[in-house]
Design a protein around this ligand. Structure first.
Ligand code: F1P
Length: 290
């Protein structure tokens, strides 16, 4: 029997297709605005990826913050809050406190975030039964990328490949993973590492690729994987291979490579007798009592 998590992971190519075909006309940050993007957990990492992409596309200065750490007094033209559940306490508290114009992206139109933000984008078709986020996070980023004018045709083709490709045994059986990214894929590397922890309780770390040589490479060893999302800096593969560790890199769009990491997380969960639909110590969203 297929778990909800597996079904949702597999649906990403079609969800991304729908997202690029239905980018909302208003609501999203306008060109030229100075924007703070906030979220918790997965949503924070998606915020990190979007912030780099938006600024790189010339749409304006964009910062990403964990909702709990956003500098409330700083000047921004818009706060963009990402929350699949629409119920995460830190996100709702930030929206209540800020006097800046706000937009929220959520999966659930029956939640408090609908009235907490000035404008809301609902991606209900990408909502998930699974506690750990997979397709909502990437579908949201697909929509945001398309909103920046990016053509996602190749990314969607890469996603179809990532959904179907056999998983290398050395990934499923590895002792430890360090995910690396550059630019916008730094956030996705963080998300891949989080996914592996959430779904399979694996030992994972994540760094900007150029930072890896500044200490974290000490962890590399036989049976451990350094997994690059996007193109690797020159020489890094050789340095990791000298340690006896595995350097894993493909030419897929980093958002599609994240799908492979999600699938490895599920495979490792099964391997360890865990149910990916019932991750330990996690709930769909964190709702703190006051
Ligand atoms: C954010 C989040 C998830 C995480 C966990 C708790 O939720 O941190 O990323 O997997 O289940 O909640 P949301 O604000 O995007 O709904």
């Amino acid at each position: 029997m297929t778990t909800h998590t597996e079904a949702e992971i597999a649906s990403q190519p079609s969800c991304w297709q729908r997202a690029v075909e239905s980018v909302p006309a208003g609501a999203l940050p306008r060109r030229g605005e100075r924007v703070a993007v906030v979220g918790c957990g997965t949503s924070w990492f998606i915020a990190m990826a979007y912030a780099v992409l938006r600024e790189r596309a010339g749409h304006g200065e964009t910062d990403a913050f964990a909702a709990s750490e956003a500098p409330i007094g700083r000047h921004y033209d818009r706060v963009l809050a990402l929350s699949r559940s629409g119920t995460t306490t830190e996100v709702l508290e930030l929206l209540a406190r800020t006097t800046t114009k706000t937009t929220a992206i959520t999966a659930d139109p029956k939640t408090p975030i609908m009235s907490a933000a000035d404008e809301v984008v609902v991606l209900d078709y990408a909502d998930e039964r699974s506690v750990v986020q997979t397709r909502f996070a990437t579908t949201q980023l697909a929509m945001l990328r398309a909103g920046l004018g990016e053509d996602l045709t190749q990314a969607i083709a890469d996603a179809a490949e990532a959904v179907a490709a056999p998983l290398p045994d050395e990934l499923v059986r590895a002792e430890q993973f360090s995910f690396l990214g550059t630019g916008w894929s730094v956030g996705l590397a963080q998300e891949a590492a989080l996914k592996m922890r959430e779904a399979s309780r694996s030992w994972t770390e994540a760094y900007p690729a150029m930072e890896y040589r500044h200490g974290p490479i000490s962890i590399a060893a036989p049976g451990r994987v350094t997994w690059m999302l996007g193109a690797a800096p020159e020489g890094l593969r050789g340095q990791v291979e000298e340690t006896g560790g595995t350097f894993f890199e493909t030419s897929l769009d980093p958002m599609a490579e994240l799908i492979r990491a999600q699938r490895v997380a599920v495979a490792r969960a099964f391997d360890r007798g865990l149910d990916p639909d019932e991750p330990m110590h996690l709930t769909r969203s964190v709702i703190l009592s006051s």
